[in-house]
Write a new protein. Structure first.
Length: 224
């Protein structure tokens, strides 16, 4: 579990605490809210608004009220309710796509010492070229590799999600819709796994020598 624990130390200057720009912190927390909201809509449609459960509930409640509806009518109501939830999921998806593009652009406009690519390169060089603080560099390299996997998954989620949202405009590619949907759903589970690993790492770090990581992501870290 130690390999997933983030560190507050700057890999190039182990005596210093990492700094996080305001733009990156804003992206991090909005992204957290959007991904959480998107996952909640999936959970709702998989449980509360499941067609079978809702159809049965609609029939029973209307029957108690003195109105009898057919199975087809009840399923239509359930389908409409499910569509409303998926509409919210799609809106979350649009915001997530915008945030992903923002994160890509941010990498170009960040201060040099705060760029993800620069930190990854520094961790690799530190690990490769010197034995001093090598453990910190190895740790940072592992954590950054996990983040790279997350960004790739996020990119796949955005691309496949947009494909599904605009499938009517992509009629020539309708034959691959099922495969795209499968990839989208599978990546969702991998992102959930990343979230669990990330939270576990942060909690472990907060209980050890690197406590303060959460507050750093709020106030910026460093000397702030």
């Amino acid at each position: 579990m130690a390999t997933i624990t983030p560190t507050r130390k700057d890999v190039c200057h182990p005596g210093r605490v990492k700094r996080f720009s305001g733009s990156l912190r804003l992206w991090h927390w909005i992204n957290t809210i959007v991904i959480s909201g998107s996952l909640i809509t999936v959970l709702i449609n998989s449980t509360i608004t499941g067609k079978r459960q809702v159809s049965t509930l609609v029939k029973d409640e209307l029957k108690n009220a003195g109105t009898i509806v057919s199975d087809i009518q009840a399923r239509s109501v359930a389908h409409a309710l499910s569509d409303r939830v998926w509409a919210v999921h799609i809106y979350f998806g649009y915001v997530l796509a915008a945030l992903f593009i923002f994160r890509l652009l941010l990498e170009f406009f960040q201060l040099t010492d705060q760029k993800f690519s620069r930190k990854l390169k520094s961790a690799y060089q530190q690990f490769k070229n010197t034995k001093q603080e090598r453990e910190i560099a190895r740790h940072e390299l592992t954590v950054k590799s996990i983040y790279i996997a997350f960004y790739l998954l996020l990119g796949i989620m955005v691309i496949t999600g947009l494909f599904l949202a605009f499938e009517d405009l992509l009629a020539p590619f309708k034959s691959i819709r099922h495969s795209v949907k499968e990839v989208h759903g599978f990546c969702m589970y991998l992102i959930i796994a990343f979230i669990v690993v990330h939270l576990a790492g942060v909690l472990l770090a907060e209980r050890k020598n690197d406590n303060g990581i959460v507050s750093d992501m709020i106030n910026g870290g460093g000397d702030s």
